[in-house]
Design a protein around this ligand. Structure first.
Ligand code: 2BA
Length: 109
């Protein structure tokens, strides 16, 4: 068994959740915050059998789009002005950042 951890954009989260339920996959959705943009994103924990990983990856790929997002400059007040970028910078976010972890034990009581 594996635990798939997928960080996705909030805009894709409902569509991904519906697609997982439709295909009978069980998932837990967490409200999370990206460390770089400091903006909300959504993390799914999806416990699956090894043979189901490819199908779940396909579902994630089909339902999560990459988008460009602007990063507002942060004032260097009291900080290092050398690295300060005074204009917004565009970064590409997503589709999804996915980790696959081994599950040592799975119990439901
Ligand atoms: P954030 O940390 O808010 O990052 C948003 C986007 O900003 C990233 O998109 C990437 O394009 C850019 N970015 C992040 N760190 C950067 C840096 N040090 N320098 C320049 N650009 C940077 P994604 O790579 O698609 O990541 C989307 C979200 O997935 C991340 O939001 C974070 O919440 C999560 N994530 C990505 N890589 C991760 C990792 N190795 N471990 C844990 N979470 C990760």
């Amino acid at each position: 068994m594996k635990m798939i951890i997928a960080v996705v954009q909030d805009k894709d989260s409902n569509r991904l959740q519906d697609a997982l339920v439709e295909k009978n996959y069980r998932a837990t959705k967490l409200a999370t915050t990206g460390g770089f943009l400091k903006a909300g994103n959504t993390t799914f924990m999806i416990g699956v059998e090894d043979a189901q990983i490819d199908e779940v990856m396909d579902i994630i790929r089909e339902n999560c789009k990459s988008r460009n997002q602007m990063v507002a400059p942060v004032s260097p007040m009291g900080g290092n002005a050398d690295a300060y970028v005074p204009y917004p910078v565009e970064v590409e976010v997503g589709g999804a950042t996915v980790f696959v972890l081994p599950v040592e034990s799975f119990q439901q009581f």
